[in-house]
Structures are given as C-alpha cells and as structure tokens.
Design a protein around this ligand. Structure first.
Ligand code: UDP
Length: 400
C-alpha cells in the first residue's frame, strides 16, 4: 500500500520512512482513544494503524468504555479546556471520571506495549497503569491555550506522569508542563474513501439522492453537530449571502459516540433552518466517507466557522479537493489556510458572508486558490508526514 503514496510524495520521504521503521523493528505500539467513530481522531487512527503495521511496527488500537454520565463529564472537560465556562467540574464529575478510569484500567491491556499513545483527555487517567520501561505519550488534539484553570490543574496531575506530549501547533503547548512537548499537526490520507478521486457521475448521484441541485452553487460545512463548530453561525452567514446570490447551504454532519450533546445541537440547527428549502441539514451515518467526499467535491465554497478548533481535518480535506476554504481565524484552522492564498480567515458572521460572496462572484480566484490549497496539503498535511513524525517521537523516546 505504501507504494501508492509515491504518486503524492517524493521517493526520498518514502525511503526515510522505511529506514526509520527498520530502526524501530520489534517495537510494540498502542493507541487509545474514546471512540471508533466520529471526529478527526478516529478518522486518523483508522488509517494510521494499518500503515504502521505495514511498515513492520506492531500497532494496536483500543477504545475506552464509558457510560453516558462519563461522556457527559468528558464533554464538559473538552468544552472547558477549549474555553473557560460558567461552571467548572463538580466533585461528582471528578468521581465519575475516576470511577470509569479505574474500570478501563482493568479492561485495557497496556503492559504488552513499549509505547502507548493516549489521545485527548478522556483516557488520560490510564497513566496509572504505566509499567517500568514503557514510554507513554499524551497526544492532545484540542486547543488548550486558554483553558479553565481548575480543569487543567486536575488533568495536569496525570499529564506530568507521561514521558512526552504532542500538540498540533506551538500555541497549544502549555507553559508549566514538565514533560517534553512535540508539535505535530495531524493529516489526511489521500487514499481514504473520503479523499480519493470520484467520478463526476457519482458526485451528481449523491447530490440527487439528497435532493441538492447540482447546478446551483453550494456552500458547505462538514462537521459533527457541536456548538463549537457554530452551525447556527453558518446559517446566519448564508442568509446574508443569500440576499445577493442564489445558493444552497449544505450542513453535513453526524453524532460521535462520545458526544452526548449532538442530538440537541442537531435540533437547534433544524430550528434555525426553518422552512428554507435551500438549506440541507444532513445527519449522515458515520461511514458516509464517499458521500462527504462527493459533497466536498461538489461544493463551490467550503466553510469552517468553528468557535474553537484543535485542527479541523475537514479544512485539509476540502483543500485537497482544490477548494478555497473560508475558515475561522483560530487554532489549527489558522495553520492550514493561508489568508488570501488558499482561502480566507474570518472573525465574524459578517466576515464569513463577505468572503463567501467574494468567492461565489469570482470563479478564477476560486480556481487559483483551490490549486494553492491542494499544494499546501500535499506539502504539509498528508499522512506520510504524520507517520514519520510519530516514528521520530518513538525513536527519540526509546533510543536517545
Ligand atoms: N466527518 C464525517 N462525517 C460527518 C462529520 C465529520 O465523516 O458527518 C469527518 C470529517 O470528514 C473529518 C472528521 O470527521 O475527517 C472531523 O475531523 P475534524 O478535525 O474536522 O473535527 P473533530 O470532529 O475532530 O472536532
């Protein structure tokens, strides 16, 4: 399978990958996160695990268990890390988190592995299982630059037990973390169903299946139904655009297993849509990769109006398909979009509407920016680069 990446990256990078993997032969790696489906972390792990194994590094993936109460607490932690809120963690929340952590301690076998990657805060407490000689890495996928301090203090106790941490961008690295921090942005896989090229006929079929007009401009946002993705703000921006341009808005999303708020947000979005027949709020099954791919290819302009964002894989996915993206000037989105070159960075509903209009009006600009966007992803955000970075972290922790 690795050979197939030669179409996108140079031979030297592939050689480097193989060389590194050879140096690490025999190393056993485990990844742990909180969901098999939904969201960027699961998306990456589905692709990365088989590729690491193909490189000869035995790599496994475990998912922690949790009931609705546990995931309510971890969602609260997630939201409070992204942004201080009105209420912090209660004693009961801490008890719920710890109780579930200890249940997971007994059902996930970590002893077999040399290196354990723990993704995000949900499974963070598993560090109590660390045995002598192992290396544990906390892979943080969220923006923790301005957290609720009480919540961070609670998590920091666990974090400082790790041997290393990984953040998407330098701004997310917390001062005061006493362990080595690495900066590694995530990636997309050009060979995933989500990103492979599609026949035009298939793309049209998908649009027809959802009653979307293939001949009317499409503004698209793909994201889980989560307030931090601001789907309601996207509808507000679309309404401003709509006064001037006859276009459609597609909000394609799904619920993640570890997110108890999804349905509530979905209903809020439906309410905001009202009876506008040019707004499509699609709640898709989690394996709708080709459909998402088709929407991204069919889109005239792609939007990512998140309020907070660790990275926002959907931005790179759209850029890979030669789409200019209008994205919030925050977190990982700011890393991907080069303002005015591959798309636009925006700070408000009005700004979003302004840039969408600008792009709808100018096919040449869309074309040029789209090409730039593709190149940017090819250079910086493909899975081959990501795997190489992980191998380097493993090498650094085990061999130097
Ligand atoms: N995704 C999907 N179906 C959906 C919504 C999202 O397959 O209905 C995918 C999307 O294509 C991307 C990932 O889930 O690969 C979302 O990752 P991102 O980093 O953008 O956001 P997260 O959900 O992790 O906050």
């Amino acid at each position: 399978m690795f050979e197939e990446y030669a179409r996108y990256i140079d031979e030297g990078t592939l050689r480097e990958l193989r060389q590194l993997a050879k140096e690490l032969k025999g190393v056993r790696v485990l990844h742990v996160n909180s969901t098999k489906q939904g969201g960027g972390v699961a998306e990456i792990l589905h692709r990365m695990i088989p590729l690491m194994n193909e490189l000869g590094i035995e790599t496994h993936w475990e998912v922690i268990k949790g009931d609705i109460e546990f995931f309510k607490v971890t969602k609260k932690i997630h939201n409070l890390l992204h942004m201080p809120g009105r209420e912090s963690l209660s004693h009961q929340d801490v008890i719920t988190y710890m109780r579930q952590t200890y249940e997971n301690v007994s059902h996930i076998d970590t002893d077999y592995y040399d290196v354990v990657f723990i993704h995000d805060p949900q499974p963070l407490g598993l560090i109590v299982k660390k045995r002598l000689g192992q290396k544990w890495v906390w892979r943080c996928h969220i923006d923790i630059s301005t957290p609720e301090e009480e919540v961070w203090k609670f998590l920091e106790m666990f974090v400082n037990g790790y041997d290393g941490s990984i953040f998407h961008i330098p701004e997310f690295v917390r001062e005061g973390v006493q362990i080595p921090a690495f900066v590694i942005p995530p990636s997309i896989d050009p060979l995933h169903d989500k990103n492979v090229e599609l026949e035009e006929g298939f793309v049209r079929d998908v649009l027809e299946r959802f009653s979307i007009d293939p001949d009317k401009p499409i503004v698209l946002q793909v994201s889980r139904f989560d307030r931090l993705k601001d789907p309601v703000g996207v509808i507000e921006a679309y309404r401003i655009v709509k006064r001037r341009y006859d276009c459609q808005l597609v909000l394609a999303g799904s619920f993640a297993d570890d997110d108890p708020e999804g349905e509530e947000v979905y209903n809020e979005v439906l309410e905001k849509k009202g009876d506008d027949e040019d707004v499509f709020v699609l709640n898709l099954p989690p394996d709708s990769h080709r459909e998402i791919n088709a929407f991204q290819r069919a889109a005239t302009v792609v939007v990512q109006k998140s309020i907070r964002e660790g990275f926002g894989l959907v931005v790179s996915e759209a850029m890979w398909k030669n789409k200019p993206v209008v994205g919030s000037n925050i977190g990982g989105i700011r890393r991907q979009i080069i303002n005015g070159v591959t798309g636009y960075l925006v700070n408000s509903v009005e700004g979003t509407a302004f840039r969408i209009k600008q792009l709808l009006a100018n096919p040449e600009a869309r074309d040029t920016m789209g090409k730039n966007a593709h190149e940017r992803v090819r250079h910086s955000f493909l899975i081959t680069r990501h795997i190489k970075d992980y191998l380097l972290v493993i090498y650094r922790l085990l061999k130097s």
